[in-house]
Write a protein that binds this ligand. Structure first.
Ligand SMILES: [Fe+2]
Ligand SMILES: [Fe+2]
Length: 195
């Protein structure tokens, strides 16, 4: 059976992004650290914003896991001799959230789908990068790949538990937005950028 990330993404990462990533491992790792930190922040902000849906049960452990990944990537950055620093954010998440509904409950529905798509793209990119990575990064990314695949399922499971309706039509629309973004040329190279 296929993984959820393979089912919900509308297109694979362009080869040009993979080539660029392999030439910019420092930037890839530094931006990856920021992605882990942002993933934890998003989960915590959902718990805070929707206390009545008891999101903490699944999203608090998820946020802890993302912070652990953040710490692990920081260690790896240090080990590789790179310097962690703040980076200008890419437009990936912003583009997705701009397509999100502004009114509830559709806003939460869209947010859960968007979080799942972001996790799915992370998985797909880990999967695409792993065969080309130096050994020092290969095993770490293989471990992260499994965790992010689980997170991709958690967000869609939460949607089904809370709303008990079909996410597939809306997912197709948001997945098309996601796919258009990653298939565009992008001045800024980031973990979730275009090429
Ligand atoms: Fe993570
Ligand atoms: Fe994740």
């Amino acid at each position: 059976m296929s993984n959820t990330w393979e089912i919900i993404l509308s297109s694979p990462t362009p080869q040009a992004w993979i080539d660029r990533a392999l030439k910019s491992l420092d930037l890839l790792l530094i931006d990856h650290a920021h992605c882990e930190k942002k993933a934890a922040t998003s989960a915590i902000s959902l718990i805070h914003k929707y206390p009545h849906f008891n999101l903490a049960k699944l999203l608090s452990p998820l946020a802890r896991e993302e912070l652990l990944h953040f710490e692990q990537v920081l260690k790896l950055i240090e080990k590789q001799g790179y310097q962690y620093k703040n980076l200008k954010s890419g437009k990936y998440a912003q583009t997705l959230y701009e397509s999100s509904s502004k009114t509830e409950p559709n806003r939460l529905k869209d947010t859960l789908i968007i979080c799942s798509l972001i996790e799915a793209r992370s998985c797909e990119r880990f999967h695409a990068l792993i065969p080309h990575l130096p050994n020092s990064l290969k095993s770490f990314y293989s471990k992260l790949y499994k965790a992010e695949a689980r997170h991709c399922d958690i967000y869609l499971d939460l949607y089904s538990k809370i709303f008990n309706d079909d996410w597939s039509i809306r997912l197709k629309e948001l997945s098309a937005v996601e796919s258009t973004f990653i298939n565009q040329k992008d001045k800024l190279f980031r973990f979730h950028s275009g090429y």
